[in-house]
Structure formats: structure tokens, C-alpha cells
Design a protein around this ligand. Structure first.
Ligand code: NAP
Length: 247
């Protein structure tokens, strides 16, 4: 159980983040639902959580903005007096082959997916160091381990998240803070809705478990990594991909 834990989930208005927020709240955590543009969806997540007896709050913040992230974490600590769990889930894709990839499309994906994760870890670490405890989970991707044509920006950002995770785990382990990554494969969300049926069929051929994953598959893995039972696990990247990548 996560009773009395304060958890921040970035990009929790939709998809995987929404499921993670609901799962952690269901286990008793107070969850801050971060979002960037989807205010109504974030409010709907909070409503679902409170209707089920849980608690939380919504907070708008672009995770790529270093100073705004600092403000968000300061607000959380001022309001709740602590911060126990950070799940860096916010992410975007801007796919195209490298020859046609604009500098802006490369930069925005790196800034949100990788720098956004750095921003949240950096500012969350201060209260966690004081508490001498904390759980950080970063959402990477199978693409960060295996690469993917048309996703150079996204793959670089997600591979970067794995390096960031290992470095943070080494820096923070002596203070009781664990840092792990989860690498989902193809999960049924709005992000994968953008794939054509042909693309989906080609992907399924390479998945030993022969199905797309669900947001719950990812959320349950995150719930384990932030639990007391995962106290001796840090610096790891856990694949949730039906066996797509075995490295
Ligand atoms: P999604 O449905 O597109 O949702 C993305 C979430 O990120 C939304 O809540 C969005 O909020 C938020 N977000 C985007 N830019 C943001 C920013 N600058 N600041 C704060 N929040 C921001 O995506 P998803 O499929 O659930 O993916 C979630 C994570 O899992 C991502 O990191 C993604 O790379 C990773 N992942 C997904 C899959 C998959 O198959 N779906 C596979 C591997 C990894 P707003 O709408 O409010 O902007």
C-alpha cells in the first residue's frame, strides 16, 4: 500500500500516465496529476480518483520548462510537506525519417522526453534527500533500446532516459532513493492509435506474446517499482513489451 505517500505523475491526463495515476491513487497515494494542455482530461482523471475514494490534485506545467517544474515541485512540497514518488511519464513523438526531420522536431522531443525527465528528477531530489527516501520511475521505451526507423529523435530521447536513470541511481542510492525505468513496447493508447493497421500487423509479428500491451500492464509494473517490496531494485530498466526486446 502507498498510504500517506505523495506521488507526482507527469503527463497523467491521458494514456499510460492516467492509468499510473489511478493505480497509485487506488493504492492509497495522494497523486498530483501533471498535464500540459489537456485540462479537462486531467480534471476527469482527478474526478475518477476522488469518486473511487482517493485523493489528489491537478497541476498544469510543461515539463520541458526548468523553472516551471521547480515551481510545481515547490508547490507540492509546500502543500503536502513531502514528495515520495515521481513518475516521469510525459512524452511526445514527432516521427519522420531523419532526412526530413526538422531541428524543431528533434529539439521538442528531446526537450520534453529527456530534459523534462531531468528537470523533474533534479527538483524532486531536494525534498527526497531531506526525507532520505524516494522512488523515481522514468518511462522509457523499447525504441530507446532497439532504435526505430523514423524515430531518431524519440529513440535518442528514450535511450537518454535510460542513461539518466542509471546515473541518478548511482548518485542517489546512498540516500535511500531508488531510480528505475520502465520500457513499454507497443501499448494501446492514442500514441499507438496513430499506427496504420498494416504497421500494427507488422509489429505483432515480432511480439512473442502476440498482442499489444495495456496501460494497466505498465501501471502495475510502476506500482511494484514504487512499493516497499522493490527496495533493493535500482538503476534497472524493466521491459513491459510482450517479449519484443530481449537484451
Ligand atoms: P499519450 O496518450 O500521448 O499521453 C501523453 C501525455 O503526456 C499526456 O498526458 C500529455 O498531456 C503529456 N504531455 C505531453 N507533453 C507534455 C509536456 N510538455 N509537459 C507535461 N505533460 C506533457 O502518450 P502515452 O502513449 O500514454 O505515453 C506515455 C509515455 O509512455 C510517454 O513517455 C511515451 O513515450 C511512453 N511510451 C508509450 C508507448 C505506447 O505504446 N503508447 C510505448 C513506449 C513508451 P497533455 O495532453 O495535457 O499535453
Amino acid at each position: 500500500m502507498l498510504t500517506e505517500k505523495i506521488a507526482l505523475v507527469t503527463g497523467a491526463s491521458r494514456g499510460i500516465g492516467r492509468e499510473i495515476a489511478k493505480t497509485l491513487a487506488g493504492l492509497g497515494a495522494t497523486v498530483i496529476i501533471n498535464y500540459n494542455g489537456s485540462e479537462a482530461s486531467a480534471n476527469a482523471v482527478l474526478e475518477e480518483i476522488t469518486r473511487a475514494g482517493g485523493s489528489g490534485a491537478c497541476y498544469q506545467c510543461n515539463v520541458a520548462d526548468h523553472d516551471k517544474v521547480k515551481e510545481m515541485i515547490t508547490w507540492i512540497v509546500k502543500t503536502y510537506k513531502r514528495l515520495d514518488i515521481v513518475v516521469n511519464n510525459a512524452g511526445i513523438t514527432k516521427d519522420t525519417l531523419m532526412m526530413g526531420m526538422s531541428e524543431a522536431d528533434f529539439d521538442s522531443v528531446i526537450n520534453i522526453n529527456l530534459k523534462g525527465t531531468f528537470n523533474c528528477i533534479k527538483h524532486a531530489v531536494r525534498p527526497m534527500l531531506k526525507q532520505r527516501s524516494g522512488r523515481i520511475v522514468n518511462i522509457s521505451s523499447v525504441v530507446g533500446r532497439a532504435g526505430n526507423a523514423g524515430q531518431a529523435n524519440y529513440a535518442a530521447s528514450k535511450a537518454g532516459v535510460i542513461g539518466l536513470t542509471m546515473s541518478a541511481a548511482k548518485e542517489l542510492g546512498s540516500r535511500g532513493i531508488t531510480v528505475n525505468a520502465v520500457a513499454p513496447g507497443f501499448i494501446a493508447t492514442e500514441m499507438t492509435d496513430a499506427l496504420t493497421e498494416d504497421q500494427k500487423a507488422a509489429i505483432l509479428k515480432n511480439i512473442p506474446l502476440q498482442t499489444l500491451g495495456t496501460t494497466k500492464d505498465v501501471a502495475d509494473t510502476v506500482a511494484f517499482l514504487v512499493s516497499d517490496e522493490a527496495r533493493y531494485i535500482t538503476g534497472q530498466t524493466i521491459s513491459v513489451d510482450g517479449g519484443l526486446y530481449m537484451g
